[in-house]
Design a protein around this ligand. Sequence first.
Ligand code: ATP
Length: 626
Amino acid sequence: MLFRELAEIFTGLEATSKRLELRQTLSEAFRRVPVPELPLILYLLQGQLRPEYEGVELGMADSLARKALALAVGRPEEDIAELVRSSGDLGDTAESLLRQRTGPPGQGTGELSVTGVYDALQAIASSTGEGSQEEKVRRLRELLDAGTPIEAKYLVRLVLGKLRLGVKEMTLLDALADAFRGETGFKEARAEAEAAFNVSSDLGEIAGRMAEHGVEGLRGITAQVGKPIRPMLAEREASLEEVLERMDGSCALEYKYDGLRLQAHVPSTRGTQAGTVRLFSRRLEDVSSQFPEILAALPDALGGGPAIVEGECVPIDPVTGELRPFQEISRRRGRKYELERMQEEVPVRLLLFDLLLSSEGPTLAQPYPERRARLERLLRPSERIGLATRELVHDLSSSERFFQQALADGCEGVMAKSLAEGSSYRAGTRGFWWIKYKREYTHELADTIDGVVVGAYRGRGRRAGRYGALLLAAYDPGTGRFPTLCKLGTGFDDATLEDLTRRLAGDERKGPDPSVVSTLEPDVWLEPRLVLEVRGAELTLSPIHRAGDGLVRPGYGFALRFPRFTGRLREDKGPEEATTVRELLRLYQTQVRRMEGPEAGTDPGRPAPRHPRERRGTGEAGAESP
Ligand code: ATP
């Protein structure tokens, strides 16, 4: 396929933010693409070269891309810098400069192939060390020499890591299901594609298999060491009584540790193909390098592998072995240097709560009691690796005792886990098979909320020169959009505001991102990327904020009253993992029930279901609860 054709598809996608139109454009395109190129196109559509978890960064420095463009159009770099100041986007500048280009014949004829471009981008991404800068510039210049103006725009955005077509994973799955479902109904094909994606996390692989064998092709996808599995997620209940009721009277309660969720992939240490142990975060980033002592301890603790296990990595007191506050572990995230010193200063322990693959193969389909029993048999606990504390409970008083014990031991609450036959590991799914129950905060909302920063207000007075407040949004998986929830100006000290301003500066944009839904006009619009944890007094119905618009009353969304930053940046969550509008609705219903007694919390004509359907994907589609 020619890159020119892909650039046309990009242009079509940029022209709309409607999910259905995006699906149609993509689905038509997918049917036209030769099968071997389809996986590459899936990655390129997301501005990537490989599945996200491999962490291959395109991100060429702006200055190098400017240089390549200057060489390609024969203009001084300063001119280009000046033009970018007014256009705000080097891609747009490249397009307009190439339109004015009067080069030798053969230039810009649009003969670049998708594979050729992909290979060049890969060479740019992988070139490191001495001479790599010249190499990157040379390669980009060659692409620009051969490219049309439109191609140049996207080439530049791609190498800068700023393609941002706004096509989400869920939309790509829609389109793949639509394109390759054959005789299968769309809904069924879509559900199968998503289930496969939850286990493989590689859209390229899904696309390749579907293009070749239709929905059938997905059946072979199973858990594999090295490919992160999307995490199973928990619902909430407002009291232990409700937890027990939901679990039909019996369940396992586990300590709910407050740390970093890690999924550990341990290849077999036997045989010749011993690979490396890898640790993935909740959002499937490879964070292996941050916890060398955990990497080293895992193979022995798990009988030499192969295994995939999940647990919470918590900071511990080296003397007493007790849990330390979560904030300490965040000091270890993102560290490249001083790892040794950090290992001593912030010692950690990985407390395992699930087993997803063992030497006998994937265990995802087994019920939780079976997985836990296998995990217990497999694990040899050590200083670095342990097992999550748990107890089977059948009544309220033993549940309460266990919960109090969890708090006393430094946990934030408990995780209830269903013992039912159907309690398999539901990758990427939020449901009542797991229920979190945290300490109650009187006069406050029952849980914290993770909001996406979509805009900012400039600080005044002492806060001048920094952002003074942020505009936060929730996530609506149904539409793929970010409707606003509150303005946040409390809970920051000056240093935090400075840090946030610095972190967010690269996300500033001219207007709102098309996926942001807001009636407010902040001073600065921001790319929806960073997720912050906030606590608030209550959820109210608001004609201004758009989160959950119409779920309770037409024309009203939810607003978070008296929001306060908890100090916790949720770097382990992407924007689509922020609190969803449906979770807000549940929190709202819980709050109303608390205020008005057991029967409230439902809007007339819109009863809150006792057993709401489980949601899948970014936690939001359907399967039944226990
Ligand atoms: P969610 O994961 O539900 O989107 P969140 O990341 O904000 O929300 P919490 O509300 O803190 O997380 O609750 C779920 C998280 O609790 C899990 O993702 C996991 O990291 C952590 N956790 C701690 N202990 C356990 C346990 N025993 N079993 C499962 N998860 C646990």
